[in-house]
Design a protein around this ligand. Structure first.
Ligand code: HEM
Length: 315
């Protein structure tokens, strides 16, 4: 079952940010840690300029991200990670990957990669950096993007980053933009985003869009209310937003979780709630999320699941 489940009684048109408490991890390392970090590293080795990009001039912010990420990993998983730092000499131990790294904090020459690129290879999260009074995307490592890529979005403002979304949920995005401009240091927040996909491929960056559309076209005629639960995946993004105290930049972290729909729908409450949200989502949003083509069998499947499970519990 998914550890985060953002489906309630109906489609939520609010930005849904919640305070990240000191006990809530900024970075989460779960049972998929090894697999996902190795996958990110493979992608980054194969296409370094596609999955990591940065504008010059944000080194302080990059080092702040590195420090926060490592500290969060250690605080919440002391059995797997260890950081000692006599002065500026940092000693990092990652027991899950069996790695030890020594570097000088703030000295770019002491790391093989830019600090954000290096830190991103220690975590499952995608890490994006925004800066400026009207925050712009200035750097990022994005391996598991859902239908977008750094090629398209680097250097764009928050509003322009959301080009296709802004007109669909305008009040939400206006509120979010103000929120971003005013986010104070020391008060990080998190929110959840959901989608339904016909694949469990983590890397859904734009270079795969044409192939995925082709797969969808082939699968679509065969989707029925009885088999769609085995083909669809619920994809959840746990997103965090943190103002960095020294540079004033904002770290945007995205941890992607997914589970096959029939596993989630085995819980009648979850099947009911997914159905309630999907059936109240505005048509333009369903179109944007790519759900419209399979909306009918999906809703029929969810109704069927709720009914069958209710009957079973009576007998
Ligand atoms: C409070 C903050 C935020 C809110 C409320 C928000 C909201 C949304 C929503 C509703 C979507 C549509 C996705 C879906 O529902 O399936 C979206 C997509 C997206 N968001 Fe955000 N977002 C926030 C922060 C950010 C930040 C900081 C970035 C920086 C990189 C970002 C980049 C994007 C991108 C690139 C997309 C995909 C747009 C596309 O399809 O071209 N978002 N966001």
């Amino acid at each position: 079952m998914l550890r985060y489940f953002p489906f309630q009684q109906q489609f939520n048109d609010k930005m849904g940010t919640m305070l990240l408490l000191p006990t809530d991890p900024l970075i989460e390392a779960d049972e998929h840690y090894g697999h996902e970090v190795q996958l990110k590293r493979r992608l980054l080795t194969e296409f370094p300029q596609y999955y990591y990009q940065s504008l010059p001039g944000y080194q302080t912010a990059q080092w702040e991200v590195l420090a926060m990420v490592l500290e969060s990993l250690v605080q919440h998983n002391p059995e797997h990670f260890c950081l000692t730092r006599p002065g500026h000499h940092w000693h990092w131990q990652n027991r899950l990957l069996n790695e030890e790294v020594v570097f000088t904090f703030g000295d770019a020459a002491s790391l093989p990669l830019e600090p954000l690129d290096w830190a991103g290879r220690q975590v499952q999260e995608d890490l994006l950096l925004l800066a400026g009074d009207e925050p712009h995307l200035v750097a990022g490592q994005l391996c598991f993007g859902n239908g977008w890529s750094l090629d398209e979005k680097l250097s764009l403002s928050f509003w322009n980053l959301h080009g296709p979304v802004s007109s669909i949920v305008k009040p939400m995005m206006q509120a979010a933009q103000k929120f971003m401009e005013r986010l104070p240091a020391g008060r990080p927040v998190w929110r959840l985003n959901w989608s339904l996909k016909l694949t469990d491929q983590l890397d859904l960056t734009s270079r795969h869009t044409a192939d995925l559309n082709q797969q969808l076209a082939e699968l679509l005629p065969n989707l029925t209310p009885t088999n769609i639960g085995q083909h669809l995946f619920v994809r959840i993004e746990r997103q965090t937003l943190t103002r960095l105290p020294q540079s004033g930049a904002i770290l945007f972290g995205i941890h992607t979780y997914q589970n096959r729909l029939d596993n989630e729908a085995a819980d009648p409450e979850r099947a009911l709630r997914i159905g309630q949200v999907v059936s109240t989502t505005p048509p333009a949003m369903l179109e944007y999320k790519g759900i419209t083509p399979f909306l009918e069998p999906l809703l029929a499947y969810l109704q069927l699941s709720v009914r069958e499970l209710a009957e079973k519990s009576i007998h």
